[in-house]
Write a new protein. Structure first.
Length: 109
């Protein structure tokens, strides 16, 4: 099953509070911070020109926004220790492939 934001939302908040216990907005030095409800994904490019490559390497992040001034900060999901392990990703891909095989067979019948 794909890692959904809702599934680890509380863990994200917990990790951020643990690593930055007394967090204040670095711009306005006040303001309540709120977590943006979803992952942000920054695609990585091997070349500066040649267009955008989708489905390649990326840096997934989560963002928090200052409710006072709107300053937005991003934190790497990997650095927070919340990325699924490579073995789990491989298992998921294998599982998805077998689903495609089933669907493919169904359409042929
Ligand atoms: Zn602020």
């Amino acid at each position: 099953m794909a890692l959904k934001f809702e599934d680890i939302k509380l863990k994200i908040i917990e990790e951020l509070k643990k690593r930055v216990p007394d967090f204040r907005c670095p711009v306005c030095n006040k303001g309540e911070m709120v977590l943006v409800e979803g992952f942000i994904n920054h695609p990585l490019q091997d070349e500066l020109t040649g267009g955008i490559v989708l489905g390649g390497k990326s840096v997934p992040t989560v963002a928090i926004v200052c409710k006072n001034c709107g300053h937005t900060m991003e934190f790497s999901v990997g650095a927070l220790g919340l990325l699924p392990k490579q073995e789990e990703i491989k298992k998921e891909k294998e599982s998805n492939n077998s689903d495609y095989d089933k669907k493919d067979k169904q359409t042929k019948n």
